[in-house]
Ligand binder design. Structure first.
Ligand code: AMP
Ligand code: MN
Ligand code: MN
Ligand code: MN
Length: 283
Protein backbone atom coordinates (compact mmCIF):
# COMPACT_ATOMS: atom_id res chain seq x y z
CA UNK A 1 0.00 0.00 0.00
CA UNK A 2 1.33 3.35 -1.13
CA UNK A 3 -0.04 5.43 1.76
CA UNK A 4 -1.00 8.22 -0.64
CA UNK A 5 -4.57 9.15 -1.64
CA UNK A 6 -4.99 12.43 -3.49
CA UNK A 7 -8.68 12.29 -4.46
CA UNK A 8 -11.33 11.96 -1.74
CA UNK A 9 -14.69 13.48 -0.83
CA UNK A 10 -16.33 14.44 2.46
CA UNK A 11 -19.93 15.31 3.29
CA UNK A 12 -19.13 18.93 2.50
CA UNK A 13 -19.86 17.72 -1.05
CA UNK A 14 -21.05 14.24 -2.04
CA UNK A 15 -19.11 11.98 0.34
CA UNK A 16 -20.71 10.60 3.49
CA UNK A 17 -17.91 11.00 6.08
CA UNK A 18 -17.32 14.38 7.70
CA UNK A 19 -13.87 15.88 7.00
CA UNK A 20 -12.82 14.85 10.51
CA UNK A 21 -14.11 11.28 10.09
CA UNK A 22 -12.34 11.06 6.73
CA UNK A 23 -8.97 11.89 8.31
CA UNK A 24 -9.49 9.39 11.13
CA UNK A 25 -10.41 6.71 8.57
CA UNK A 26 -7.37 7.57 6.42
CA UNK A 27 -5.10 7.25 9.46
CA UNK A 28 -6.52 3.80 10.17
CA UNK A 29 -5.76 2.80 6.57
CA UNK A 30 -2.12 3.85 6.96
CA UNK A 31 -2.39 6.88 4.68
CA UNK A 32 0.37 9.43 5.32
CA UNK A 33 -0.41 11.85 2.46
CA UNK A 34 -4.10 12.67 2.01
CA UNK A 35 -5.85 15.27 -0.14
CA UNK A 36 -9.46 16.26 0.49
CA UNK A 37 -10.87 17.20 -2.92
CA UNK A 38 -14.55 18.11 -2.61
CA UNK A 39 -16.47 19.40 -5.65
CA UNK A 40 -15.77 23.13 -6.19
CA UNK A 41 -15.24 23.81 -2.49
CA UNK A 42 -12.34 23.95 -0.06
CA UNK A 43 -14.65 24.44 2.93
CA UNK A 44 -13.81 21.09 4.56
CA UNK A 45 -10.06 21.60 4.69
CA UNK A 46 -9.77 23.48 7.98
CA UNK A 47 -11.75 20.81 9.85
CA UNK A 48 -9.69 18.03 8.27
CA UNK A 49 -6.41 19.80 9.04
CA UNK A 50 -7.26 20.01 12.75
CA UNK A 51 -7.43 16.21 12.95
CA UNK A 52 -4.48 15.55 10.61
CA UNK A 53 -2.28 17.74 12.84
CA UNK A 54 -2.82 15.26 15.67
CA UNK A 55 -1.51 12.45 13.48
CA UNK A 56 1.75 12.17 11.58
CA UNK A 57 -0.16 12.85 8.37
CA UNK A 58 0.29 15.37 5.58
CA UNK A 59 -3.08 16.86 4.70
CA UNK A 60 -2.83 18.34 1.21
CA UNK A 61 -5.21 21.16 0.34
CA UNK A 62 -7.36 20.15 -2.59
CA UNK A 63 -10.52 20.71 -4.60
CA UNK A 64 -12.10 18.99 -7.62
CA UNK A 65 -13.07 21.70 -10.09
CA UNK A 66 -15.93 21.27 -12.59
CA UNK A 67 -14.33 22.48 -15.79
CA UNK A 68 -14.93 22.17 -19.54
CA UNK A 69 -13.03 21.89 -22.81
CA UNK A 70 -13.88 21.76 -26.50
CA UNK A 71 -12.37 20.64 -29.78
CA UNK A 72 -11.83 23.61 -32.08
CA UNK A 73 -13.37 21.75 -35.04
CA UNK A 74 -16.72 21.22 -33.28
CA UNK A 75 -18.89 23.48 -31.18
CA UNK A 76 -19.49 20.81 -28.55
CA UNK A 77 -17.98 21.34 -25.13
CA UNK A 78 -17.20 18.48 -22.81
CA UNK A 79 -17.15 18.33 -19.01
CA UNK A 80 -13.88 17.56 -17.28
CA UNK A 81 -12.84 17.45 -13.63
CA UNK A 82 -9.56 19.05 -12.62
CA UNK A 83 -8.17 18.22 -9.20
CA UNK A 84 -6.18 21.10 -7.70
CA UNK A 85 -3.57 20.10 -5.13
CA UNK A 86 -1.27 21.70 -2.59
CA UNK A 87 -2.21 25.37 -2.89
CA UNK A 88 0.33 27.57 -1.12
CA UNK A 89 -1.75 30.79 -1.23
CA UNK A 90 -5.31 29.80 -2.18
CA UNK A 91 -6.83 33.29 -2.60
CA UNK A 92 -6.93 33.35 -6.45
CA UNK A 93 -8.53 29.93 -6.54
CA UNK A 94 -11.00 30.77 -3.76
CA UNK A 95 -12.17 33.74 -5.84
CA UNK A 96 -13.04 31.57 -8.85
CA UNK A 97 -14.58 28.90 -6.62
CA UNK A 98 -17.02 31.56 -5.42
CA UNK A 99 -18.30 31.78 -9.02
CA UNK A 100 -18.34 28.01 -9.38
CA UNK A 101 -20.45 27.71 -6.23
CA UNK A 102 -22.94 30.22 -7.64
CA UNK A 103 -23.17 28.18 -10.86
CA UNK A 104 -23.66 25.00 -8.81
CA UNK A 105 -26.51 26.55 -6.80
CA UNK A 106 -28.29 27.88 -9.89
CA UNK A 107 -27.82 24.61 -11.77
CA UNK A 108 -29.47 22.64 -8.95
CA UNK A 109 -32.55 24.87 -9.26
CA UNK A 110 -32.57 24.42 -13.05
CA UNK A 111 -32.36 20.64 -12.69
CA UNK A 112 -35.30 20.71 -10.28
CA UNK A 113 -37.33 22.88 -12.63
CA UNK A 114 -36.81 20.26 -15.35
CA UNK A 115 -37.52 17.36 -12.98
CA UNK A 116 -40.78 18.68 -11.53
CA UNK A 117 -43.01 18.01 -14.57
CA UNK A 118 -41.26 14.67 -15.18
CA UNK A 119 -41.85 13.28 -11.69
CA UNK A 120 -44.96 15.24 -10.71
CA UNK A 121 -43.44 16.92 -7.64
CA UNK A 122 -40.91 19.53 -6.60
CA UNK A 123 -38.12 17.94 -4.54
CA UNK A 124 -35.89 21.02 -4.21
CA UNK A 125 -36.60 21.53 -0.50
CA UNK A 126 -35.71 17.90 0.25
CA UNK A 127 -32.46 18.21 -1.67
CA UNK A 128 -31.59 21.41 0.19
CA UNK A 129 -32.07 19.68 3.53
CA UNK A 130 -29.23 17.29 2.58
CA UNK A 131 -26.69 20.12 2.42
CA UNK A 132 -27.65 22.08 5.55
CA UNK A 133 -29.53 24.56 3.37
CA UNK A 134 -26.36 25.50 1.47
CA UNK A 135 -27.45 25.31 -2.17
CA UNK A 136 -23.92 25.82 -3.47
CA UNK A 137 -22.98 22.36 -2.15
CA UNK A 138 -25.66 20.45 -4.08
CA UNK A 139 -24.28 17.79 -6.44
CA UNK A 140 -26.20 15.48 -8.73
CA UNK A 141 -25.50 12.73 -6.17
CA UNK A 142 -27.70 14.61 -3.66
CA UNK A 143 -30.42 14.94 -6.29
CA UNK A 144 -30.16 11.24 -7.19
CA UNK A 145 -30.34 10.18 -3.52
CA UNK A 146 -33.42 12.32 -3.00
CA UNK A 147 -35.09 10.68 -6.02
CA UNK A 148 -34.38 7.29 -4.39
CA UNK A 149 -35.72 8.39 -0.99
CA UNK A 150 -38.92 9.66 -2.64
CA UNK A 151 -39.40 6.25 -4.25
CA UNK A 152 -39.21 7.73 -7.75
CA UNK A 153 -36.31 5.43 -8.69
CA UNK A 154 -34.91 2.44 -6.81
CA UNK A 155 -31.19 3.19 -7.03
CA UNK A 156 -28.90 6.22 -7.41
CA UNK A 157 -27.55 4.90 -10.70
CA UNK A 158 -31.11 4.68 -12.02
CA UNK A 159 -31.67 8.36 -11.21
CA UNK A 160 -28.67 9.26 -13.36
CA UNK A 161 -29.63 6.88 -16.15
CA UNK A 162 -33.27 7.96 -16.27
CA UNK A 163 -33.12 11.70 -15.54
CA UNK A 164 -29.90 13.57 -14.80
CA UNK A 165 -26.99 12.22 -16.79
CA UNK A 166 -25.93 13.79 -20.06
CA UNK A 167 -28.53 13.30 -22.75
CA UNK A 168 -31.42 12.83 -20.30
CA UNK A 169 -34.30 15.29 -19.88
CA UNK A 170 -33.23 16.84 -16.59
CA UNK A 171 -29.53 17.08 -17.45
CA UNK A 172 -28.05 20.52 -17.04
CA UNK A 173 -24.45 21.05 -18.07
CA UNK A 174 -22.14 22.59 -15.49
CA UNK A 175 -21.20 25.74 -17.37
CA UNK A 176 -18.08 26.46 -15.36
CA UNK A 177 -14.50 27.54 -15.93
CA UNK A 178 -12.64 26.58 -19.08
CA UNK A 179 -9.70 24.20 -18.87
CA UNK A 180 -7.03 26.85 -19.33
CA UNK A 181 -8.61 29.29 -16.87
CA UNK A 182 -8.84 26.48 -14.34
CA UNK A 183 -5.17 25.56 -14.66
CA UNK A 184 -4.15 29.23 -14.50
CA UNK A 185 -6.14 29.82 -11.31
CA UNK A 186 -4.57 26.75 -9.71
CA UNK A 187 -1.05 27.89 -10.64
CA UNK A 188 -1.79 31.43 -9.43
CA UNK A 189 -2.49 29.82 -6.05
CA UNK A 190 0.80 27.91 -6.11
CA UNK A 191 -0.92 24.56 -6.65
CA UNK A 192 -0.70 21.67 -9.11
CA UNK A 193 -3.36 20.82 -11.72
CA UNK A 194 -4.33 17.16 -12.12
CA UNK A 195 -6.57 15.73 -14.83
CA UNK A 196 -9.02 13.59 -12.83
CA UNK A 197 -10.14 10.11 -13.92
CA UNK A 198 -9.32 10.51 -17.65
CA UNK A 199 -11.21 7.34 -18.57
CA UNK A 200 -14.49 8.31 -16.88
CA UNK A 201 -15.89 10.87 -19.31
CA UNK A 202 -17.59 8.61 -21.83
CA UNK A 203 -15.14 9.78 -24.48
CA UNK A 204 -13.75 7.82 -27.42
CA UNK A 205 -10.10 6.77 -27.13
CA UNK A 206 -9.25 9.45 -29.69
CA UNK A 207 -10.90 12.12 -27.55
CA UNK A 208 -9.19 10.88 -24.38
CA UNK A 209 -5.83 11.23 -26.13
CA UNK A 210 -6.81 14.66 -27.43
CA UNK A 211 -7.88 15.74 -23.94
CA UNK A 212 -4.59 14.63 -22.34
CA UNK A 213 -2.63 16.46 -25.02
CA UNK A 214 -4.74 19.60 -24.61
CA UNK A 215 -4.34 19.41 -20.83
CA UNK A 216 -0.55 19.23 -21.19
CA UNK A 217 -0.48 22.10 -23.70
CA UNK A 218 -2.64 24.17 -21.33
CA UNK A 219 -0.02 23.81 -18.61
CA UNK A 220 -1.48 20.88 -16.67
CA UNK A 221 0.89 19.04 -14.34
CA UNK A 222 -0.28 15.47 -13.79
CA UNK A 223 -2.81 12.84 -14.85
CA UNK A 224 -4.61 10.53 -12.45
CA UNK A 225 -3.89 6.87 -13.14
CA UNK A 226 -7.03 4.92 -14.21
CA UNK A 227 -8.55 2.57 -11.62
CA UNK A 228 -7.45 -1.08 -11.60
CA UNK A 229 -10.82 -2.20 -12.95
CA UNK A 230 -10.10 -0.55 -16.32
CA UNK A 231 -8.93 -2.89 -19.11
CA UNK A 232 -5.11 -3.18 -19.41
CA UNK A 233 -5.25 -1.65 -22.91
CA UNK A 234 -6.91 1.49 -21.51
CA UNK A 235 -4.27 1.82 -18.82
CA UNK A 236 -1.50 1.33 -21.40
CA UNK A 237 -2.95 4.07 -23.59
CA UNK A 238 -3.02 6.51 -20.64
CA UNK A 239 0.52 5.50 -19.57
CA UNK A 240 1.73 6.13 -23.10
CA UNK A 241 0.11 9.59 -23.26
CA UNK A 242 1.56 10.52 -19.85
CA UNK A 243 5.04 9.58 -21.07
CA UNK A 244 4.64 11.29 -24.45
CA UNK A 245 3.42 14.53 -22.91
CA UNK A 246 5.99 14.52 -20.10
CA UNK A 247 3.34 14.65 -17.38
CA UNK A 248 3.59 13.55 -13.75
CA UNK A 249 1.07 11.12 -12.30
CA UNK A 250 -1.37 11.40 -9.44
CA UNK A 251 -3.10 8.61 -7.53
CA UNK A 252 -6.49 8.87 -5.86
CA UNK A 253 -9.34 6.56 -4.95
CA UNK A 254 -12.20 9.08 -5.51
CA UNK A 255 -13.54 7.83 -2.19
CA UNK A 256 -17.18 8.89 -1.51
CA UNK A 257 -17.93 6.85 1.65
CA UNK A 258 -21.23 4.95 1.61
CA UNK A 259 -22.39 6.81 -1.50
CA UNK A 260 -19.99 4.56 -3.45
CA UNK A 261 -19.37 1.63 -1.12
CA UNK A 262 -17.29 -0.25 -3.67
CA UNK A 263 -14.51 2.38 -3.52
CA UNK A 264 -12.01 1.94 -0.69
CA UNK A 265 -10.09 4.82 0.82
CA UNK A 266 -6.37 4.47 0.01
CA UNK A 267 -6.85 1.83 -2.65
CA UNK A 268 -5.06 3.43 -5.60
CA UNK A 269 -3.56 2.20 -8.87
CA UNK A 270 0.06 1.06 -9.00
CA UNK A 271 2.56 3.30 -10.76
CA UNK A 272 4.53 2.08 -13.72
CA UNK A 273 8.35 2.19 -13.70
CA UNK A 274 9.54 5.64 -14.75
CA UNK A 275 6.39 7.48 -13.66
CA UNK A 276 6.88 10.33 -11.19
CA UNK A 277 4.30 11.08 -8.51
CA UNK A 278 3.14 14.69 -8.35
CA UNK A 279 3.30 14.51 -4.53
CA UNK A 280 7.09 14.36 -4.78
CA UNK A 281 6.93 18.05 -5.75
CA UNK A 282 4.91 19.06 -2.67
CA UNK A 283 6.73 21.18 -0.12
P1 AMP B 1 -22.02 17.16 -10.23
O1 AMP B 1 -20.67 17.75 -9.92
O2 AMP B 1 -23.12 17.86 -9.50
O3 AMP B 1 -22.27 17.04 -11.70
O4 AMP B 1 -22.03 15.72 -9.64
C1 AMP B 1 -21.03 14.87 -10.05
C2 AMP B 1 -20.99 13.64 -9.18
O5 AMP B 1 -22.08 12.80 -9.47
C3 AMP B 1 -19.76 12.84 -9.53
O6 AMP B 1 -18.66 13.24 -8.74
C4 AMP B 1 -20.16 11.46 -9.17
O7 AMP B 1 -19.98 11.29 -7.78
C5 AMP B 1 -21.64 11.44 -9.49
N1 AMP B 1 -21.94 10.93 -10.85
C6 AMP B 1 -21.71 11.54 -12.02
N2 AMP B 1 -22.13 10.81 -13.05
C7 AMP B 1 -22.66 9.69 -12.53
C8 AMP B 1 -23.28 8.53 -13.08
N3 AMP B 1 -23.46 8.38 -14.40
N4 AMP B 1 -23.68 7.61 -12.20
C9 AMP B 1 -23.53 7.74 -10.86
N5 AMP B 1 -22.95 8.81 -10.29
C10 AMP B 1 -22.52 9.77 -11.11
MN1 MN C 1 -18.63 13.07 -6.60
MN1 MN D 1 -14.89 13.60 -10.70
MN1 MN E 1 -14.16 13.01 -7.27
Amino acid sequence: MLGVDLHTHSNISDGTLSPEQLVHAAHEKGIHTLALTDHDTMDGLALAAQIANGYDMKLISGVEISSQWSRPATKKSYSVHIVALNMQHPEPLLAVLQQQKQIRAERAEQICRLLTPLIGQDIYADILSKVDGEADRITRTHIAKTLVEKGIVSRVQQAFDKYIKEGKKAYVKFDGLGLEETIQAIHASGGFAVLAHPTRYDLSATNVRYLIELFAQSGGDAVELPPQIDPPATRQMVDRMIAEQGLKVSVGSDFHGENMPWIQLGRVPVMKAGQVGIWEQFQ
